[in-house]
Write a protein that binds this ligand. Sequence first.
Ligand SMILES: Cc1cc2nc3c(=O)[nH]c(=O)nc-3n(C[C@H](O)[C@H](O)[C@H](O)COP(=O)(O)OP(=O)(O)OC[C@H]3O[C@@H](n4cnc5c(N)ncnc54)[C@H](O)[C@@H]3O)c2cc1C
Length: 454
Amino acid sequence: MDTERFDVVILGGGNAGIGVTGPARRAGLSVAMVEADLLGGTCPNRGCTPKKVLVAAGHALHEIERASIHHIAVGIPRLDWAALIDREKDMIKDIPANLARSMARRNVEVIHGHAAFTGPDTIRVGDRKLQAGHIVIATGSKPRPLPIPGADHMITSDDMLSERELPGRVIFVGGGVISLEFGHVFARAGVRVTVLEALPRLLPAMDADAVARIQAESERIGIRIETGVSVRRIEPTNGRFRVVFTHDSGAELATEADRIVNGAGRVANVDTLDLTAGNVEHANGRVSVDRHLRSTSNHKVYVCGDAVPVAPQLSPIATYEGDIVGRNIVEGPRYSPDYGSMATSVYTVPALAAVGLTEAAANEQGIAVSVHVNDMHDWFSARTYAETVAWSKIIVDRGSDRILGAHFVGHAGQELVNIFGLAMRFGITASQIRDNIYAYPTFSSDIKHMLGHA
Ligand SMILES: Cc1cc2nc3c(=O)[nH]c(=O)nc-3n(C[C@H](O)[C@H](O)[C@H](O)COP(=O)(O)OP(=O)(O)OC[C@H]3O[C@@H](n4cnc5c(N)ncnc54)[C@H](O)[C@@H]3O)c2cc1C
């Protein structure tokens, strides 16, 4: 078969890959996108979007639990889990076809199949051979393989988003974002949830005080959390599974569940790309990239999205990096990502939201900061909405009055955090945020008080 030539070949049709197509097509480059599965990738098909449908149900159950505070008498809620999964699937079912139309309008040729390098500028997809001026690795991530005997008994987030039967008990191996988000939904749906985390605390990248609050709330709703745990093995037992683990003492403990979930984070999905054939330098599943997201060994190759080994694995970041890669291909390597003002949320109920530096990171960097910490649970807005947790920490540079970080648990923090991200990105100072006039009464109107004098 003849070799087909394109200016750009993108491996992967998720947020990152789609992000590349905008700048590349606007510049008139010919673009092919190879996708092995569903167009749109993880976020709309197996990640953010379907998960949020389940989180919204968890939120409704949370509100029902609090209804009596508003003097509303409700019976014991009954959640039809199978119907909820159907609702979730129904809400996302048209996304790949809509994206296919969008790619066709952009004149991007979508090729279905698994891509791998055959040379520094050549790719094979089935029996098709593609040659490209630039190749973009946008193949996303996959659950981190765990070297535990019996690890093959574990399910993943893909399974949790599809199984129509609600398990009675679930154990998450790893206490990251996915475990806490699904753990909250499950716990509110009546599932007995255990989280086993190897590190001394959950969510190590997030502010320790914020994590302590969400851990307390998780325990309040019945989630059992064990930190500093080493999982030794997973073994089937009477139609269920037993997880054997140790603490520091070395004594073996065991706990059982219907489902064991790999919640140990995700790693770049690059191991089947034959990177060596592409002269793409890599080690331990991590592609080596420069500050322009370009392969250090093959300058025709760029990487973006979850496949980048050093950046947070978030959907807006994947899109942002895709756009940077597209512009670097068009204009030459000029642009580099800046992750400093990227807001993120852990969609527990209530959510933990954050942007910028943690207090510990600010201290490590030796920056003189004002730290505004507020337990807001007895503030009027928190009491009005019967919030179980309402907490914030805002970190301000003493010298410049710039916002360096903002952390929330509850209090609509997943929305408020974007105001702080905006401020950080565009240089709006803490005083300017405090002096802004907000609609009242809103959670945003509390920002003035959150930034009261430290
Ligand atoms: C359960 C879950 C919940 C999440 N929730 C959130 C959230 O709330 N907010 C948030 O910001 N982020 C969330 N994320 C993370 C977010 O989904 C990812 O950061 C984002 O989807 C990454 O986009 P990407 O384009 O890099 O990769 P992907 O979207 O994974 O796209 C990669 C694509 O490449 C394809 N591919 C892989 N290998 C090949 C190959 N060899 N040939 C051809 N195609 C290939 C795959 O099929 C896939 O479609 C969540 C992730 C998960 C798993």
